[in-house]
Design a protein around this ligand. Structure first.
Ligand SMILES: O=C(O)CCC(=O)C(=O)O
Ligand SMILES: [Fe+2]
Length: 439
């Protein structure tokens, strides 16, 4: 690795003696603050999650993703995009709201695997893992809030938040070339097909599947061939986007070609294959904006998850062995993060960014898997503001030097806006939604 290859700061948070107020705590706290200012993210060296627990969670994920697609599709949520979703035929994810609460995890496992004997153990494993990651999340949020001298708000802040866990499975695109970079700027996303197509089972029958574009879905380049909603949960902002009108041929090799010249590869994930094998073609409704862009971005189709910012407060993420996560620096360079046993990634999302009046950053990031024939699993805990919690910076963070950047908003309203055309199109949904003009 060259000397000028950017890397995320690594912060050691395993120390059991690390206590608020201690000298060491104060020192680490300023490292956390600096990392979040500079990158909006950092790697944490954290050994408080045992290898055994991580392995059990991985086993649970493998079992859950192996379930028939019909079972996974039962993972729906009243909140859009927080249930089962897929992207580009390269990734799938499942979401568990309030994963730190055992009954909630139980409901999830029961729903996917009714009356399965192993549910109790699996639920306990997932809940325990969430709890461990939540401890890390709380520690980091406490440090952030303290670092701005506004700790008097911390308890109230903590009470107004909840957690969601996302389990993710990725494969590399079939024609992946590990040596070819996908581009270095998020603005590469500009030419993306933002096709989010859900094929109804009924349409799949005789060779022709009508794939309808779901305007409310948001991941770019999504062609979800009947395997559920589009991947990106509520925390994904895919940045610039365009809708695509294309004819998609979906054959047994499950590849699709759009009329705008982009090859859309679908179906390297087993379930997608199984579910699309009998189709011969699909018509995807498309708008004019992509034509104006001259076509979909091929490279975008190789992403397991497109470039986005998370919408929540803080994300704590663990990658199992296979790399793929890339984080964009302020000067638009992608940092590719190497998975490591005790290494978690912490990222700030739009909600924390707005709450701190823009005094931290929140990074664009994406997933690009390049290891052929290997399955990548990752898992992330998202802390999110409660539905009715008004996100606005404390008065201490607003002054002449730091004018208010955003009008007060709720996370739920930001998400609703995000799931509209106007909310998806801009690179920053947050700014489009509530930036104070002239700030
Ligand atoms: O799988 C990963 O490494 C990243 C997932 C992610 O960014 C997300 O779920 O928002
Ligand atoms: Fe993300």
């Amino acid at each position: 690795m060259g000397a000028d290859t950017p890397q995320l700061p690594v912060i050691y948070l395993s120390d059991q003696t690390l206590k608020p107020g201690d000298e060491k705590w104060v020192e680490v706290r300023s490292d956390v603050r600096k990392a979040l200012e500079d990158y909006g993210a950092f790697e944490v060296s954290y050994d408080r999650v045992s290898e055994e627990l991580k392995k059990s969670v991985l086993d649970a994920m493998i079992e859950l993703f192996e379930l028939p697609v019909e079972a996974k599709q039962r993972n729906v949520s009243p909140k859009p995009y927080t249930g089962y979703s897929t992207h580009n035929g390269l990734s799938e994810s499942l979401g568990i709201q309030d994963s730190n609460v055992l009954e909630k995890v139980n409901e999830f496992t029961q729903l996917l695997r009714p009356d399965c004997e192993g549910n109790k153990t699996m639920s306990e494993t997932i809940q325990k893992f969430s709890e461990k990651l939540a401890e890390l999340d709380v520690m980091v949020r406490r440090m952030v809030i303290e670092s701005f001298g506004i700790e008097k708000y911390f308890d109230e802040h903590l009470k107004s938040t909840n957690y969601r866990l996302r389990l993710m499975k990725y494969v590399a695109p079939p024609d992946v070339d590990a040596n070819v970079a996908v581009g270095t700027k998020d603005s590469d996303d500009g030419g993306n097909t933002n096709t989010t197509a859900n094929a109804d089972a009924g349409d799949i029958a005789n060779g022709i599947a009508k794939v309808h574009i779901d305007d409310d879905a948001n991941a770019k380049g999504d062609v979800c061939t009947g395997v559920g909603t589009n991947h990106n949960g509520d925390d994904v902002n895919t940045g610039d986007c365009a809708n695509v009108k294309s004819n998609v041929d979906v054959g047994t090799n499950v590849s699709a070609k759009s009329s705008v010249g982009a090859d859309v590869n679908i179906g390297t994930i087993a379930d997608v294959k199984a579910n699309t094998g009998t189709r011969t073609s699909a018509t995807v409704g498309v708008s004019d904006s992509v034509k104006a862009n001259g076509g979909a971005d091929d490279e975008e189709k190789k992403l397991g998850l497109p470039s986005h910012t998370d919408k929540n407060l803080l994300t704590v993420l663990y990658q199992y062995e296979i790399e793929g996560l890339e984080v964009l620096t302020k000067d638009e360079k992608w940092i590719r993060l190497k998975p490591c046993h005790n290494s978690f990634v912490v990222m700030a999302g739009d909600s924390l960014y707005a709450l701190m009046n823009g005094r931290l950053s929140r990074p664009f990031h994406r997933v690009r898997v390049t290891e052929r024939k290997k399955t990548r699993y990752s898992i992330a805990l998202f802390s999110t503001p409660n539905g009715d919690y008004i996100i606005e910076p404390p008065k201490e963070l607003v002054d002449e030097k730091h004018p208010r950047l955003f009008k007060p908003f709720t996370y739920v309203d930001l998400m609703s806006f995000y799931h509209t055309e106007a909310g998806r199109r801009p690179r920053s949904t947050l700014h489009a939604y509530c930036a104070v003009s002239g700030a």
